[in-house]
Each structure stands twice: as C-alpha cells, then as structure tokens.
Design a protein around this ligand. Sequence first.
Ligand code: 13P
Length: 245
Amino acid sequence: MRRTLVVGNWKMNGSKEANADLVAGIVSEAGNVANADMAICAPFVYLSDVANAVNDTNISVGSQDVSVHLEGAYTGEISASMLLDCSCKYAIIGHSERRQYHGESNLLVAQKALTAYKSGLIPIICLGESLEERESGQVEVIIGEQLQAVQSVMGADAIAKSVIAYEPVWAIGTGLTATPEQAQDVHGFIRSRLGTDAEKVSILYGGSVKSANAAELFAQKDIDGALVGGASLNAQEFIGIAAAG
Ligand code: 13P
C-alpha cells in the first residue's frame, strides 16, 4: 500500500526568520496529519536549519536539485553527499523550472536521478508537458520520452525506489489545476509504463495544489500525494493538504 506523501517545494523563497516561523507553524500542526508523510524541500542554504527544526517529527527534508557530479571542481554545485550531510532524505530532480531556465535535458535529469539514488537520496523525478504540448495532443509522447530517458539510465530497480512527480507546466503557479481526471489519466499512463514494480512507485501530482483541491486529487487511484509550491509557504495550507491524505 502506498502511503500519501506531501512535499513542499519552497523554490527560491524564504529567509532565516520567515522559515523559522513557517516550520514552527507546520511542526505545531503536524500531529493532525495521520495518513501522510511530509517533506520540505528548502533552498540549499537553509537545509540544515530546516532539518534541525523538524528533528524528531514526521517531517523529512529534501533539496530542490543535486549536482550530477560526485565531488570536485564544479563551482557552485552541491553534491548528493553534501545533501545527506545536511540530513536530506529526498532530492527534487528535473523540475520544469530547471529544465526551462537552466536547460536541463532529459538525459541530464536521468543522470542526476541516478547519482542521487546511488548516493542514498530518494529522487523525486519531475515530468510534465507544456500547454502547447497538451493542446497539440502530445501529452503521452512528451511524458513517455521524459520517463524513458530516466528508465534507460536508472533501470527498473532504482525507479522502484524513487518517487515520480507529474507536474503539468501549465498548472504550475498559475492557479490552473489539472482536473482530477486529467491528472489521473497521466498518472495511470506513467504507472502503465513502470513494469512489474509499478504498484510500488509513488506518483505525486504538482500544479496549484491547495487544501481545497487536495482531497479530490488524492481520491484518484494513481495519485499518491502532492508536490506543492505556493501553498507550501503557508503552514495551514500545507498541513491542510497533508491532512487530506
Ligand atoms: P505551485 O503549487 O505553486 O503551482 O507549484 C507547483 C510546483 O512547481 C511544485 O514543485
């Protein structure tokens, strides 16, 4: 049985002071969340602070990216072992904002996911189509290509221990959520491509998830949780989403 997982992606938001308030708010309400695991993916520089603040709770910590390299002369990069050193359990890989603004290809995303997995992190591998791709009937082609790249580089065993997030680009930060049926269609498609381990893999939905729409999304058979952007910056909203798990 897959347990609901609700992951907050803070993106490039926050400050020491604001984070302390936000995490304190989440921690104080975490006891109301019975049926979901939670994680917070904070900017690199705040990971240790957040990890200390959620110590001894049911909330884990993750990063928003990882270097494909293990160590060495890669100025500005952060390695998987550094993330583990800062108590990370998860690493978001291949978010559409990294694909779009940092030119991350399907191959690089797959290689990063493998590096994270081999180092002991749980990759949260993001897939998603643009509005143009959806409107031209390309959803399964695009998602299929993104997933295939990950499958060829990682192999089935590693994917079975990873998390996949379906985040339609047109639903991110726009207030336009995919309908539960639209999301379920793609989640079902992704699961159909995962082979014998398909039932083990958690597939999260991301894109304008809020406490008001979480329950109907989670009611879908192949939606196992959420990757939450904007609403994860509000403790009550984030807890409200996790409580719908
Ligand atoms: P929003 O929840 O703000 O739409 O962002 C979704 C997202 O990109 C999470 O990774």
